[in-house]
Unconditional design. Structure first.
Lengths: 199, 192
């Protein structure tokens, strides 16, 4: 019966394009609750928060994901990474922030200094070529294997993947064809600027 | 043969009505699908995108009504031939374009099946005038039209429900953000 039913549906789908999705289309976030009150998070890791900055207050920021929001407290001395290390003043509305910290009884998260990452991203690929301020990689996870050239951050460093120690020769020590990973700043419009490269 | 042609006529008529209503159900999004092919001047694609759902409804109606089935079949054959040519050109140019056959519900890209379907539609349409297809009773025409329109009605109701849900969700989310912003103005109460 299941096979026959599938056959009938497939035939109807061929005769009437889009009929299957019209009858079974689900809202993409239909599972999300419309109850959005301040509650103590009970996910697998309450010491982490990530989301888009939707509000900035004197004491911190509010991070919002498609399903929830969470207040993150930032002390004046909290060190924030946004390509360079700095104060929480680097954070702007619309930034994507990943934070690790200490959960508070009111449901907020007190950010740990140095564990606040703004617009951080990662790319992997195979080194094609490099220059003093650019790097070209292929197989960058886009699926098409096209070469992509990135402008490097002024403060980029090249480290050993196994122990994180800086490589003496910097980029020059990397041979074309080697697999590399990069972490850096995600730029508006899908761009990326590596700050740390490992091989 | 008459029975097969009757089934073909009902399918073709209901397909045009279904497709027209599905596009009207998401008119704002669907009217740009013709421009997506990149084959026509902008003004033509935009005008065509606006008119096509209504033309499809007209063709579907003409096909089902006994007295107008011949003119309906001529228009249907022309439209189906156009779909086939557009599909073939799109495939030949290796363009990854959504078919847009049923508005936003058909996100399928144009493929061989799209062209085969258009050619089957064309064949069915040109055969209709050459057969003495059984007349469809008025009630039958109404039932076919209603059944063909049902998915579009369902889709529209679901989209409206989703919009309402989204509005409520955003309002609650904004209220929550304001509440959390106010919370941040207070001292941290301590670790949990």
């Amino acid at each position: 019966l299941r096979v026959a039913g599938g056959g009938v549906l497939a035939t109807l789908g061929a005769l009437y394009p889009g009929l299957g999705s019209a009858l079974s289309q689900k809202n993409s976030i239909a599972g999300a609750s419309t109850s959005a009150t301040a509650v103590m998070p009970s996910g697998p890791d309450v010491t982490y928060a990530g989301g888009e900055v939707t509000a900035i207050a004197a004491g911190g920021v509010v991070l919002t994901t498609p399903t929830t929001s969470r207040a993150v407290r930032l002390n004046p001395e909290t060190v924030v990474w946004k390509e360079v290390l700095g104060s929480s003043g680097l954070i702007e509305l619309g930034d994507w922030v990943d934070v690790r910290g200490e959960p508070q009884v009111d449901g907020s998260l007190l950010a740990t200094s140095g564990m606040v990452f703004v617009n951080i991203g990662r790319r992997d690929g195979v080194l094609v070529s490099s220059s003093a301020n650019h790097i070209t990689v292929s197989g960058d996870g886009d699926g098409d294997g096209a070469d992509i050239t990135y402008g490097l951050s002024a403060s980029f460093e090249v480290v050993n993947a196994s122990d994180g120690t800086p490589l003496a020769g910097g980029l020059a020590s990397l041979e074309p064809g080697v697999s590399i990973g990069m972490v850096g700043l995600r730029l508006p419009g899908g761009g990326f600027r590596p700050t740390r490269i490992w091989a | 043969v008459m029975f097969v042609m009757l089934v073909g006529r009902i399918w073709l008529g209901s397909l045009f009505i279904y497709s027209g209503f599905m596009k009207l159900g998401s008119y704002r999004e669907s009217r740009g699908f013709l421009a997506g092919y990149g084959l026509f001047p902008r003004w033509f694609a935009n005008t065509g995108g606006l008119l096509i759902p209504w033309i499809e409804l007209l063709i579907g109606g003409l096909l089902l009504v006994n007295r107008t089935q011949v003119i309906g079949s001529i228009l249907a054959a022309t439209a189906a031939f156009g779909f086939a040519v557009i599909g073939a050109v799109t495939l030949h140019r290796h363009l990854q374009v959504s078919c847009g056959c049923a508005g936003v519900a058909s996100s399928d890209r144009i493929d061989v099946l799209t062209i085969i379907r258009a050619l089957v539609m064309f064949t069915a349409a040109i055969l209709i005038p050459f057969t003495n297809s059984t007349n469809i009773q008025s009630l039958g025409i109404l039932v076919i039209a209603l059944v063909a329109a049902a998915p579009a009605v369902l889709l529209t109701l679901r989209r409206n429900r989703y919009r309402r849900w989204l509005t409520t969700f955003r309002a609650l989310q904004n209220a929550n953000i304001e509440e959390l912003t106010a919370l941040l103005e207070t001292q941290a109460p301590g670790s949990s």
